[in-house]
Design a protein around this ligand. Sequence first.
Ligand SMILES: NC(=O)C1=CN([C@@H]2O[C@H](COP(=O)(O)OP(=O)(O)OC[C@H]3O[C@@H](n4cnc5c(N)ncnc54)[C@H](O)[C@@H]3O)[C@@H](O)[C@H]2O)[C@@H](O)CC1
Ligand SMILES: [K+]
Length: 454
Amino acid sequence: MVGGPVLTAAQMRAAEQAAFDAGVDDYGLMETAGAAAAAIIWRAGHRRDTLILCGPGNNGGDGYVIARILRDHGVPVRVAALGESRTPSGQRARAAWAGPVEDMMTAAPATQLVDALFGTGLARGLDEGVAARLCALAGAAVLTHAVDLPSGVETDSGAILSAVPQFGTCIALGAYKPAHLLHPAAGVVARLMLADIGIATPGTVRRLAAPKLAAPDAGAHKYSRGLVAVVGGAMPGAAALAAGAAAHAGAGMVRLHAAAGQAIPHAIVSQAADDLTDPRIRALLVGPGLGRDAQAAQRLARALAAGHPTVLDADALMLLAGAIERIPAGAILTPHEGEFQRLFGDLPGSKIDRALAAARKSGAVVVYKGADSVIAAPDGRAAVARGASPWLSTAGTGDVLAGLCAGRLAVTGDPFRAAGEAVWLHGEAARRAGAAFVADDLLGALPAAIAARL
Ligand SMILES: NC(=O)C1=CN([C@@H]2O[C@H](COP(=O)(O)OP(=O)(O)OC[C@H]3O[C@@H](n4cnc5c(N)ncnc54)[C@H](O)[C@@H]3O)[C@@H](O)[C@H]2O)[C@@H](O)CC1
Ligand SMILES: [K+]
């Protein structure tokens, strides 16, 4: 379930420095990076007329290398710069281009635009006129590529510091950066590609990848596949939805502890009493539709006392605000922005930093959900999901995610893995459900989403 590495600007510089210390040639690395990017651009654009915008740093250096390689392939290439090259490698790449360099502010547009203005060295937003020119040139192009990062996005936070156009492709060099995955920056790129530049990029933060799932073995029975208990409460629909998701996530059996008489899927066993002592329970979910009154608090306390692997969502998280020491070690928490704030307050740094800090503080796996979801473990591992369907912004989808976490936890017994699989399945079910779906439709899309990963 873990994909390519996600490095901050400083971590990327350290990885490059380690490569240089080990004897990798400075300019050679730029040639490798430029060649990797040029290969992707060539596949997309072939001989379309191309304008490459080169900035003053090494990102611009990559641009000059790309320009030279594409020209050697017979592509009609023009280069337009924003100032002189200031780095030794950039200057060398500029000299090796050996063609004219126009002024970016007056250069005519082309069918294909390559943005090599700024990458991880961006220190502030682009000047207004420069950003507007970038947007105009991108708007006039049919194909647009950002080298390493779209110029104007902050590498580590994913903030947008100045006007940035939409890019067809972004070619991440060597590793993903947080801005490739975190919103709003992630939203300006349609297709994200990772180019290998041949250096080691160690780190514990990765992009969330499609998981490898397993079918039940031949001797499986409902308890061996995992029993999930879902604690209901004031709003029975939410818990029923979560229970349905847990069942569709591959658990062998789901028990919903809720008031009798409500409509629930036939496969789910309803049990009115809160007897959560069954030792066969492999995952317990509490929160969706729980309510926040004294009775809800009591049900939460009983659930926590049962000592099973636990998923805490929605009202359970609100009830635990100010009391994170009550969160059992190894639990999965699934807060949205508001719940996260209530639980952990204003933490510094990017969404990845905040998720990691929350996981450390709580000792739980934190699924910090949203348009970008970060799954963080107390040991420092994190997986970042890019771009789920915006149609997920509808009532009940959070209950489905919580149910998926519980279902996968019952199956795998590993909270970090379960949370990653759940987030991925949730996003994939949404993709398959298409547009304007309701949360219930996600359940119907889950079997095919799972089948595709066996
Ligand atoms: N270190 C290396 O040798 C390699 C770096 N690579 C490329 O180099 C990039 C990083 O290079 P740099 O660290 O030189 O950084 P950049 O090329 O991103 O830009 C840094 C330069 O832009 C200036 N600057 C920053 N923000 C500005 C703004 N808003 N307006 C005007 N000027 C601004 C800085 O003062 C500095 O001169 C990566 O994103 C990647 O594309 C790749 O070539 C791989 C090898
Ligand atoms: K760029």
